[in-house]
Design a protein around this ligand. Structure first.
Ligand code: TYM
Length: 334
């Protein structure tokens, strides 16, 4: 049977890229195997965070995941720091991965460049080994993620294979499950369609937040950069030649469950495409936002789901960690 694991950082700016690239597939596929979804609060500490906000955003993210349709009867939803095995296995994997392979991680390079590598937290550097631990603890076979996590998944596989090669078969080697191009794999910034939509972008005008009001969604999409040909070109799906228009097509297709190339044939003008995309995104988010508001008023229920999730996840993680510790030669306590 498939074991599914994925995670998301609990930071305020959860956006349409997160939803179309990952979260909606989590909800769709939660019954395709034994599934685990994790709010990765430890990962959030790799850059400065306000403690009170982090606590609040962790619960808010769990609430949002329930609002998108994760069903605690069908999947295990939990907070990373509630299962202490994650950082414990991460240490064993830090002792498996090499400096060189971590230095090649583009996410580290991008983020470290912004603040300067000297000042970057060590945790930002070792982040991918904690992510590998998240995945490997659950005997995961499938990891649903957006395209930007591809390199982290390759590292996870390499580290798992190296560990197994050295110490015997402890880990299942997982596979990334990335949506096909045009089906949410990489939603781009509305203001700069050559960069991915991201919470760390300088301006939020290129990012649609999952909590944006209809008027804000409409405005951001209306102002989205289309193409250098000044609106004269046809509406067609061609991410290389027409990144802006193709991104809008991908968004509209994602929100209506269609293929971008197929959607393109319905529109002659950029203005009509934008109006349709804004409408479709608003309608897609409306029920999620309503459910979120309801659940947000009932934090005790969310906390209960998270407690039950951690209670289910922890023994699975503990069993894998015990095998890994034994394999490397750590003396068990007697
Ligand atoms: P995070 O929190 O940045 O993003 C959560 C998910 O959203 C996807 N995503 C996108 N998909 C399409 N277009 C975009 N513009 C876009 N931006 C983000 C991401 O690919 C991801 O699937 N390192 C991970 C969190 C993590 C994790 C894990 C994931 C920690 N441990 C174990 C899977 C398994 C991250 O920072 O995702």
């Amino acid at each position: 049977m498939a074991r599914i694991f994925s995670g998301i950082q609990p930071t305020g700016g959860v956006h349409l890229g997160n939803y179309l690239g990952a979260l909606r597939y989590w909800a769709e596929d939660q019954r395709a195997g034994e599934s685990y979804y994790c709010v990765v609060d430890l990962h959030a500490l790799t850059v400065p965070r306000d403690p009170a906000e982090l606590r609040d955003e962790t619960r808010a993210m769990a609430t949002l995941l329930l609002a998108t349709g994760l069903d605690p009867e069908a999947c295990t939803l939990f907070v990373q720091s509630h299962v202490p095995e994650h950082p414990q296995l991460a240490w064993l994997l830090e002792c498996t991965a090499s400096m060189g392979e971590l230095r090649r991680m583009t996410q580290f390079k991008d983020k470290a460049v912004k603040g300067g590598e000297e000042a970057a937290r060590v945790g930002l550097f070792t982040y991918p080994t904690l992510m590998a631990a998240d995945i490997l603890l659950y005997g995961t076979t499938h990891v649903p993620v957006g395209d930007d996590q591809r390199q982290h998944l390759e590292l996870t596989r390499d580290v798992a294979e190296r560990f197994n090669g050295r110490y015997g078969d402890v880990f299942v080697v997982p596979e990334a499950v990335i949506p096909p191009a045009g089906r949410g794999a990489r939603i781009m910034d509305l203001q700069d369609p050559t960069a991915k939509m991201s919470k760390s972008a300088e301006s939020d005008q290129g990012m649609i937040g999952l909590f944006d009001e209809p008027a804000v969604i409409g405005r951001k999409i209306r102002r989205a950069v289309t193409d250098a040909d000044g609106g004269a070109g046809a509406v067609r799906f061609d991410p290389d030649a027409k990144p802006g228009v193709s991104n809008l097509l991908q968004i509209l297709a994602g929100a209506t469950g269609r293929e971008p190339a197929d959607v393109a044939s319905d529109y002659g003008r950029y203005g009509d495409l934008k109006a349709a995309a804004a409408e479709a995104v608003t309608e897609m988010l409306r029920p999620i936002q309503a459910r979120y508001r309801e659940l947000r008023a009932d934090p005790a229920t969310v906390d209960k789901v998270l407690r039950a999730g951690a209670e289910r996840a922890q023994p699975v993680a503990a069993a894998t960690l015990a095998r890994a510790k034994e394999a490397v030669g750590l003396l068990p306590p007697r």
